[in-house]
Design a protein around this ligand. Structure first.
Ligand SMILES: [Zn+2]
Length: 257
């Protein structure tokens, strides 16, 4: 399989019909790491991994414990452990609350979860993840949340997870070949009540500004509020950012250099 990124899910908060919430499978030099596992992403991940199933997966990064980014990690726990009697632990990089959430879903059985997953808490200093160096930075959101940057010779992929506007986004996505940026655009739906606190998600305009400030080479917008007009989001981001603006879409495969 060639190097690339596959979109497993593109919705923020809850999934639209035939879609899923946040999830991206990144493949590089035969190493496969999934970024976020929100509602409905697990079957799509299994499809993308092919006949080897979960054995073809080398690691998981989860940006924060909200279920639209993390709940299918519990499904992956079951897919990893239930069908067999022995296994290697799977590397999981995530804020500590993600481990807590999976344990809560498994009736408090921390030993079972830790027997399956080898958690490294984020944010952390630069960490090796297969061919990548994984860097992480805390970003403004309702709960502890990180943006992540995966670097290997000739390739940088960065992903915001959920965030409000922050100067840290410029460094997170600096010169990235692909900068995956949330564009919740909650305000696009006139019936949507305002967020409990402002400044903790991005509009598509702010997503475009983040990509410009980072001088990213390509921008992939994601985390669309259900019902949003995604072409409108693209136009808003494009007004701020001179490079190519892609829209996340379930099953979309993006080749990487
Ligand atoms: Zn979210």
């Amino acid at each position: 399989m060639t190097d690339g990124l596959t979109v497993l899910g593109s919705c923020g908060a809850w999934p639209e019909p035939h879609r899923a919430c946040s999830g991206f499978l990144v493949e590089r030099d035969g190493f496969r790491v999934v970024l976020d596992l929100g509602y409905g992403t697990l079957p799509r991940l299994l499809d993308a991994l092919g006949p080897q199933g979960v054995d073809a997966l080398d690691g998981v990064v989860v940006t924060h414990h909200h279920p639209d980014h993390a709940v299918d990690l519990h499904g992956l726990f079951r897919a990893w452990t239930y069908p067999r009697r022995s296994w290697e632990r799977l590397a999981v990089w995530a804020p500590p609350q993600v481990r807590d959430a999976v344990i809560a879903l498994e009736d408090g059985d921390a030993a079972a979860v830790d027997a399956a997953f080898d958690f490294t808490p984020l944010p952390a200093g630069p960490t090796a993840a297969g061919p990548f160096v994984l860097e992480s930075v805390a970003l403004p959101h309702f709960v502890p949340s990180v943006g992540v940057r995966l670097s290997s010779p000739g390739l940088v992929v960065a992903y915001t997870g959920d965030t409000g506007p922050s100067p840290a986004l410029a460094e997170l996505g600096r010169d990235a070949d692909l900068f995956v940026v949330e564009a919740t655009d909650r305000e696009q739906r006139p019936t949507t009540p305002p967020a409990r606190k402002p400044g903790l998600q991005l509009t598509s305009t702010e997503a475009g500004r983040a990509a410009r400030s980072a001088a990213a080479r390509r921008l992939l917008l994601t985390h669309f509020w259900p019902g949003n007009d995604r072409e409108r989001s693209r136009a808003n981001a494009q007004a701020e950012y001179g490079g190519e603006v892609l829209l996340a879409d379930e099953g979309l495969r993006i080749d990487l250099p």
